[in-house]
Write a protein that binds this ligand. Structure first.
Ligand SMILES: [Zn+2]
Length: 247
């Protein structure tokens, strides 16, 4: 019995563990769900309607039931075993974004900058899911890029929970909601990162803050995107290219 199966069996015995994607007995994410997700390739995503100032954004997958379960398990139940897996998806999106453009020579450091969660939410969860994902993704990407993570964006004021708000209400809720906590060094360019893009208001607000601070923004990368009335564009990354991130 290989190690993973042993872990699955042991987890099942001890905790009655089940796959975070499909619910069958497993520890973490079962091979079927993993295989299903691993076939998906990053694509450019644009919310409909698209807010003014929304940055170029690459995502690793449409937000379907499977990814909703996995992202929620990671966030709400702090299933840390999923951090590595989601970070891998995020790294693919970042790589696809950077592969699309020749970033200028003066860029000496690429900064992954997580979109902040409401401070209250992080306190309740005791866990910054996006930050954790970004740090693991950066470790993967360092083989190719001069990359680091800075959680430099913060909430400038309290905001309502975005869930349950419509696109316009979300934009109003987040307008002027972020601020830059500390300056970045010279030669830094930013990729905004988040687990999910829905209406695009968080990424748009993040882009606004960076523009005002005259910090170069290369774009944004997310694990998943709600895709409405649009098809994924052609895969932005060749299948064999993603092998750089395989173990
Ligand atoms: Zn599964």
């Amino acid at each position: 019995m290989d190690y993973e199966r042993w872990l699955a069996a042991a987890g099942d015995l001890l905790l009655g563990a089940s796959c975070h994607g499909c619910g069958r007995p497993w520890w973490g994410l079962c091979p079927v769900c993993r295989e299903e997700l691993s076939t998906r390739r990053p694509f450019v995503t644009t919310p409909l309607p698209c807010p003014d100032g929304f940055p170029l954004t690459l995502t690793s997958s449409p937000y379907d039931q499977l990814l909703r379960r996995v992202i929620n398990a990671h966030k709400e139940r702090q299933a840390l075993i999923l951090t590595r897996f989601l970070a891998e998806r995020l790294a693919l999106s970042v790589h696809a974004l950077l592969a699309r453009q020749a970033y200028p020579r003066h860029v000496s450091k690429i900064i992954l900058m997580p979109i902040p969660s409401a401070a209250r939410t992080v306190r309740q969860r005791g866990f910054d899911a996006t930050g954790a994902m970004a740090r693991v993704a950066a470790r993967r990407l360092r083989v190719r890029y001069p990359i680091a993570v800075r959680s430099a964006l913060a909430q400038a004021r309290p905001v309502a929970d975005q869930a349950g708000l419509g696109a316009r209400a979300r934009q109003r809720n987040l307008a002027g909601a972020f601020r830059l906590q500390r300056p970045l060094g010279p030669g830094a360019a930013v990729v905004l990162v988040d687990d999910l893009v829905t209406t695009g208001s968080s990424l748009t607000e993040g882009a606004r803050v960076l523009r005002e601070a005259r910090i170069q923004l290369l774009g944004a990368a997310t694990v998943a995107a709600t895709v409405r009335l649009q098809r994924p564009s052609r895969p932005a990354i060749a299948q064999d290219e993603s092998a750089v991130f395989a173990d």
